[in-house]
Ligand binder design. Sequence first.
Ligand code: HEC
Ligand code: HEC
Ligand code: HEC
Ligand code: HEC
Ligand code: HEC
Length: 359
Amino acid sequence: MRFNPIAIFALAFSLAAAPGPAFAQAEPETQIVQSWLGSSHADTTSPSFTHWNDEGEIPGTCALCHSGQGFRDFYGLDGSTVGTIDHPVETGGVIDCDTCHAEGIREISTVTFRSGAEIPISGNTATCSTCHQGRASGVSVANAVGERDEDTIYPELSFINPHYAVAAATQLGAEAQGAYQYPGKDYAGRFGHVPPASECIDCHEPHSLMVETETCIGCHETADPETIRTSETDFDGNGDPAEGIAVEIAALHTRLMEAMVAYSREISGQGIVYNGNRFPYFFADTDADGEPDTADDGDVVRFAGWTPRLLKAAYNYKFIAGDPGAYAHNPHYALQVLHDSIESLSGPLGWDVSGLTRP
Ligand code: HEC
Ligand code: HEC
Ligand code: HEC
Ligand code: HEC
Ligand code: HEC
């Protein structure tokens, strides 16, 4: 399938200029363009596409995922060398039609993950998984801390950001090693779910990106994904083994933050507070008021009490925060990662976590 980008953009902009009820009887392709225009892939105002405007071009390491042009260059779909981005990439691009429909896209057969794993994935799922895998892995974290003592503060350590919207890394679990995996533990691999709802576009409409929740009803008797539950164990120990698996994951995620706050006060000697919308995400909180400390120049103070143990847990905290659909992409991997992070911090804290169950 091939599209003329100029014609599509002309159509896209005429639609954007005149949205309205006329679309009720629109042609299917008009509806596709309309769906795409309403999606975040087409959001020209998003930081994902405007971040480089001042520089005027996007570095290759970022353009792979932040511009359709960069993506095509990386995979050689524009006739360039495969596996590198060899031209500067202009700003102003989005995830355009030809990101997913360029000729040759179906020949992609392997996606390389940040852990180094080369996983056979093809077709549509390969496009989504290339961009939705994050920029770091559990291996990056293990390499950064090396053999250092778990509970000593090392000023040279700083937070490692898994990046955003890491759905494919979650879905592949231990195969991609997106999260930091604690030694000696087994982790779930790819969440196969069920054949009709296994690939990205089985659940996400590829243009609007919305989850088609009516397809869940046939098997789960609900169209609210956050209430879906098939696992029988009460993982978070709250006595309710029927709440949605999303709720269990959210409870452990909250518990992990509580453990990080307690650990940072007792062991790191500097309180920690998280703000997922503000770089570098973790700030000092000396007076324990839940707000970042402010320096004399008025700027917030970044957290600087990193021990290897806390760095691993914080990476995992943000990894799960980076995938709002982790409960559907790989619920048991998410639960294992959160459980092990809490368990690790509970050791030096002397917390009893025997009420938690690992899947
Ligand atoms: C593997 C793919 C990938 C690479 C490589 C990548 N990003 Fe991203 N980035 C994403 C995705 C996906 C999002 C969208 C997150 C969302 O909106 O949910 C994102 C979001 C962002 C955002 C917006 C965050 C926000 O607050 O909305 C910024 C800024 C950003 N990336 C910067 C960068 C920079 C700088 C680089 C290069 C050093 C880079 N990215 C490389 C995939 C990538
Ligand atoms: C993020 C990836 C992605 C983007 C961006 C995208 N598409 Fe698609 N599109 C798909 C996938 C996946 C399918 C369904 C499987 C297939 O046939 O490849 C599809 C199917 C289609 C179809 C066939 C319709 C059908 O029901 O089978 C048309 C036509 C189409 N897209 C047009 C467009 C146009 C026009 C744009 C830009 C406005 C666009 N697509 C942007 C991924 C994408
Ligand atoms: C070339 C890289 C790229 C490809 C390919 C890609 N995406 Fe994205 N995706 C992004 C970026 C970047 C964003 C964030 C856009 C923004 O901030 O406006 C995003 C946003 C999303 C979002 C919304 C996230 C949010 O925070 O609102 C979903 C869902 C999504 N993509 C799913 C998919 C699916 C499913 C596919 C495959 C059919 C796919 N993406 C293919 C880069 C990509
Ligand atoms: C079993 C169905 C299912 C499959 C398969 C699936 N997702 Fe999701 N996805 C969901 C649900 C449910 C959510 C959470 C609800 C939401 O955010 O709309 C979600 C959320 C997301 C988000 C975050 C959206 C946001 O609003 O921030 C992204 C990005 C995403 N998925 C991408 C993917 C990619 C890429 C794949 C394939 C590697 C995939 N999904 C496979 C069901 C699925
Ligand atoms: C064809 C039947 C079928 C459809 C359709 C289906 N599911 Fe599932 N789902 C299952 C089965 C079977 C399991 C158990 C899989 C396992 O544990 O390996 C499951 C498990 C889950 C789980 C994990 C629950 C837990 O407690 O571990 C979530 C979340 C989920 N599905 C979400 C969805 C969403 C969201 C949709 C719709 C977009 C959907 N499913 C559509 C059959 C289905």
